[in-house]
Write a protein that binds this ligand. Structure first.
Ligand SMILES: [Zn+2]
Ligand SMILES: [Zn+2]
Length: 226
């Protein structure tokens, strides 16, 4: 298995600050083997070509040291998102956020929306089981719909100063409640792991590694990239 962390931010996000080299070196030093950069779509804005070019340059510079992926985190709240997935080109994956919010422009249309992308699609830091319960849906069946559309689900292990040192409860439930782990496994949904790093000094690769190992030991499949 390849230790993955495919959720990280650079200075392309207003909430981020790091240079690419710094985040990549922190990942390498932490034992990460597959590392994805996924700045906010509204942070990248009109700089998409530059964003993709820099990550391409990093792939060359770090060839053989770590596998890098070019991702994008896509908001689905009014004014910050991307209405037409067909306009998203040149990325290897995207992470969709906010679909469980009342004001989400995508919400339960996530399946049609995801089908519109030409790259892999994942759901970032969202309590999908809680969302199913609130909608009166069976959690296993709900997660299976994501699996059917090839949408993966992020286990977000963030714990840093930017987010007030709080942990995502859905991630803790997945780790600590065997019935929840079983629902995820039975559904067939594939998982990813992301630290959602915003500052290298906060980066904690041990959290990333522990989650990768837990998923692997649980017999749950991770999303794979080439
Ligand atoms: Zn996010
Ligand atoms: Zn993020």
């Amino acid at each position: 298995m390849k230790i993955m962390d495919i959720h990280s931010h650079t200075y392309f996000s207003a909430c981020g600050a790091d240079k690419h080299e710094d985040t990549i070196n922190a990942a390498i030093n932490g034992g990460i083997q597959l590392f994805g950069i996924s700045d906010h779509c509204y942070g990248i804005g009109e700089r998409r070509e530059e964003y993709i070019r820099i990550i391409d340059e990093m792939k060359n510079a770090y060839n053989g040291k770590i596998q890098l992926l070019c991702g994008i985190e896509i908001a689905t709240v009014p004014g910050l998102g991307i209405d037409d997935p067909k306009t998203v080109k040149g990325f290897e994956y995207c992470l969709i956020e906010h679909i469980d919010r009342d004001e989400s422009t995508v919400g339960m249309n996530i399946f049609d929306y995801a089908d519109g992308f030409d790259c892999k699609v994942g759901i970032a830091h969202t309590d999908l089981i809680g969302m199913a319960v609130r909608k009166g849906l069976d959690p296993t069946e709900f997660l299976s719909r994501f699996a059917d559309h090839g949408i993966f689900w992020e286990m977000n292990v963030n714990y840093d100063s930017i987010h007030g040192f709080s942990e995502h409860q859905y991630m803790l439930d997945f780790l600590n409640k065997p019935d929840i782990t079983k629902i995820v496994k039975d559904s067939g949904i594939k998982l990813s792991v992301g630290f959602d790093g915003h500052r290298v000094y906060d980066y904690d690769p041990e959290r990333v590694i522990r989650m990768n190992e837990f998923i692997n030991n649980s017999g749950i499949e991770m999303v794979s990239f080439g």
